[in-house]
Design a protein around this ligand. Structure first.
Ligand SMILES: Cc1cc2nc3c(=O)[nH]c(=O)nc-3n(C[C@H](O)[C@H](O)[C@H](O)COP(=O)(O)O)c2cc1C
Length: 340
């Protein structure tokens, strides 16, 4: 049985975390992952025209009703994400008001901005909750450590969804972080979708892995059937990085992606972001996600998928991914250690 610092501290059976995938919902997925012995994570899914604060709380209530197991959540702390400061404060309030939330909601992951504001606040309002922040490059991991977070999610450029300008691979990033910060908890993320990938990440010193694309193609995830169906036939060359509201974003190559243009520099990105401050442009950008989750329009909408789609050939049960893959990863690690 694989034990890591994260399985021990979080009280979970397997070192497997579901990656947040807003603006899509991952509430049912989070329940399934936590029930299977991993750590399920609720996404910041607020682009759907609802009251985002109430919607977030509804998701938490849905999870605590369905399972007694630990789980986590994500808040995107980007400038463009105007609800993030309220949400950061609400987390402390909800934990204080409800012992079940306090006991189970043990992991808060911030991303898409700096970790400092959340770290400062949560050290006061929820010091016993594990605060991790996404770092796509070593200099950003430095900031996570300086802010006093409990851990880093080392997310390489292979991954689906938003990316950094640096384009560092998970392979290099995880090693950089474990070498520089051996005492820091760290989760490897991006491009992991197989038992081999899990074994490799643990061998590099990660305490757990987080997977997004692999979990989209799971029976329990609430992604549109057209979205799930895209992944098994996709090859590693079927995604590309293009322009997203929060920065470069890895999407499946489709009409939207090919028309949208690739961002090359930070300056171009800032100009693009400024154009989104025009509410009509912003609505148009959100609409490209909306048509994916409401209509399953995976040809014309924005469809985040990682290069790991090339490793996935079927839609599996969450349990097969969480416990099945970890058991196979353990066999792989044992086999490696038998080499004389
Ligand atoms: C559909 C989708 C939506 C995503 N949305 C978010 C998000 O809201 N917040 C975030 O921190 N990361 C987001 N990501 C990135 C994932 O959390 C994770 O880094 C990525 O899926 C890892 O790569 P993988 O897909 O190869 O497993 C998203 C990824 C996908 C595929």
């Amino acid at each position: 049985m694989i034990k890591t610092r994260i399985t021990e501290k979080f009280g979970i059976k397997y070192p497997i975390i579901s990656a947040p995938m807003g603006p899509f919902y991952t509430t049912q997925l989070a329940i399934a992952v936590s029930e299977a012995g991993g750590l399920g994570v609720i996404s910041h899914a607020n682009l759907q025209g609802k009251n985002s604060i109430l919607d977030f709380k509804d998701q938490i209530d849905t999870v605590i009703e369905a399972t007694d197991k630990p789980f986590g959540f994500n808040i995107r702390v980007a400038r463009m994400q105007t609800d993030h400061r309220i949400l950061l404060r609400k987390v402390g309030q909800w934990r204080k008001e409800n012992p079940k939330i306090r006991e189970q909601m043990i992991y808060g992951l911030t991303s898409a901005g700096g970790p400092r504001v959340a770290a400062k606040l949560w050290q006061k309002t929820c010091p016993e909750m594990y605060h991790f922040h996404v770092a796509p490059a070593l200099w950003l991991a430095d900031k996570v450590v300086e802010s006093g977070c409990n851990g880093i999610v080392a997310t390489g450029t292979e991954g689906g969804g938003h990316q950094s300008y640096e384009g560092i691979t998970t392979l290099v990033l995880v090693q950089e972080i474990t070498q520089k910060y051996p005492d820091m908890l760290n989760v490897a993320c991006g491009g992991i979708a197989t038992p081999e990938g899990i074994a490799a990440a643990l061998a590099m010193g990660a305490d757990a892995v987080a997977m997004g694309t692999r979990f989209i193609a799971s029976k329990e995830s609430e992604f549109h059937p057209n979205y799930k169906a895209l992944i098994p036939p996709a090859t590693d060359n079927d995604t590309m990085i293009t322009t997203g509201g929060f920065g470069p974003i890895r999407l499946i190559k489709n009409n939207f992606c090919l028309e949208h243009g690739g961002i090359m520099t930070k300056e171009e990105k800032i100009t693009y972001e400024k154009s989104l401050l025009n509410i009509e442009n912003l609505k148009d950008d959100f609409h490209k996600y909306e048509i994916v989750y409401t209509e399953g329009d995976v040809e014309n909408g924005a469809v985040p998928v990682g290069q790991s789609c090339g490793l996935i050939d079927s839609v599996l049960n969450v349990d097969e991914i969480v416990s099945g893959f970890t058991k196979k990863a353990e066999e792989i690690l044992k086999k490696c250690s038998n080499i004389s």
